[in-house]
Design a binder for this molecule. Structure first.
Ligand SMILES: C[S@@+](CC[C@H](N)C(=O)[O-])C[C@H]1O[C@@H](n2cnc3c(N)ncnc32)[C@H](O)[C@@H]1O
Length: 324
């Protein structure tokens, strides 16, 4: 049974680590990936077939310098299936949609953090939230807040937003918060849905949120933290491939986060996906990308408020944001 108890995690505890079981888990993974029976090389022809399939399925572009990455990430799956060559695995994924999903799980890069890119959270608290409050007081907006975290990985992004929003806009004051969190990978979505992470991640969360919204594991869950029900209930997780023609989510959203996802796409795919995402944002909404993702090609429809945060060109003109 999951035995967990709400706990104000102290500063000392956040610094004091309890990583024993975590690092052991990682070690096991590394060794299993290097098992003798797993193929360690791929021919150029086979690589190009995987490159094409992954691009068509997910829009992710793996250049040939990513050959070792592909081999490293798929070899564990080949070993599990007791396949001896990448050619055999290609034949399987070409025919089997379920295995294609597993392949995409294996090749996706899922690094993420709580409160990643603090400038975004500062902007929310110092500019966007006060504006919403003023607009609501003036009868210009409702008390419903809708957010989309696209490419949410293991959940740190939508849970960070849930903590920030719930603190400022409590249900007791009549506010309603809805966060839709989506990703291509079913593996990361399962972790996100469970809302359980290693205790080491607590150091990324400001104390007041940790104390208010995170639970600490005891007994067999020692060394873990878990999102409290108040924030879990705000988030709806679902698999969504941004490379699809249309998205099964219903806009408009006040905030759309698509951070550190676009970097995996080529320029053409990136622009197509961006235009699709922007259609789901409210005309008054904000669009957030990662620090390495510039949208200068989209100047016909959006303008930046600060680097990597965008509003519609019309809103920017009305509010006097410079053309960037
Ligand atoms: C590096 S993580 C970024 C997580 C989070 N947004 C952040 O900034 O911390 C990138 C995520 O994008 C997801 N992803 C990659 N291609 C995708 C696609 N075609 N559709 C949806 N998600 C995708 C990956 O599975 C991965 O979880």
């Amino acid at each position: 049974m999951f035995k967990i108890q709400r706990a104000g995690v102290t500063k000392r505890e956040r610094g004091g680590q309890d990583h024993g079981s975590v690092s052991l888990g990682i070690q096991r993974d590394i060794y299993s990936g290097l098992s003798e029976s797993a193929p360690k090389t791929i021919s150029e022809k086979e690589f190009l077939k995987f490159q094409d399939l992954i691009y068509k399925e997910a829009g992710i572009w793996l250049s040939t310098v990513k050959t070792a990455l592909l081999v490293g990430r798929l070899s564990k799956r080949l070993r599990q299936l007791e396949l001896r060559s990448f050619a055999e695995y290609y034949n399987l994924v070409a025919e089997d949609a379920e295995e294609r999903t597993k392949m995409l799980d294996a090749i996706s890069t899922n690094e993420t953090h709580f409160f990643r890119e603090p400038a975004h959270f500062d902007l929310l608290q110092t500019k966007i939230f006060p504006r919403w409050e003023q607009e609501e007081a003036a009868g210009l907006r409702s008390r419903k807040i809708r957010v989309w975290s696209a490419g949410c990985s293991t959940g740190q992004e939508p849970y960070s937003l849930a903590m920030l929003l719930l603190e400022r806009f409590p249900a007791a004051a009549g506010w309603e918060i809805e966060i839709v969190a989506t990703d291509l990978s079913t593996r990361v979505l399962e972790i996100a849905r469970n809302g359980i992470w290693d205790f080491g991640k607590a150091s990324e969360i400001p104390d007041k949120y940790l104390e208010a919204f995170m639970l600490r594991g005891f007994g067999e869950q020692k060394g873990k933290i878990k999102a409290a029900p108040e924030i879990r209930s705000l988030i709806r997780f679902m698999r969504l491939n941004l490379n699809e023609e249309s998205y099964p989510v219903q806009g408009p959203f006040d905030l759309v986060f698509c951070r550190n996802v676009l970097i995996y796409f080529d320029m053409h795919t990136r622009e197509r996906i961006l235009r699709g995402l922007l259609r789901h944002r409210s005309p008054e909404g904000y669009f957030f990308v990662g620090h390495a993702e510039s949208l200068h090609k989209m100047a016909d429809v959006i303008r930046s408020v600060i680097p990597t945060v965008y509003v519609t060109a019309a809103k920017a003109k009305r509010e006097g944001h410079a053309r960037r």
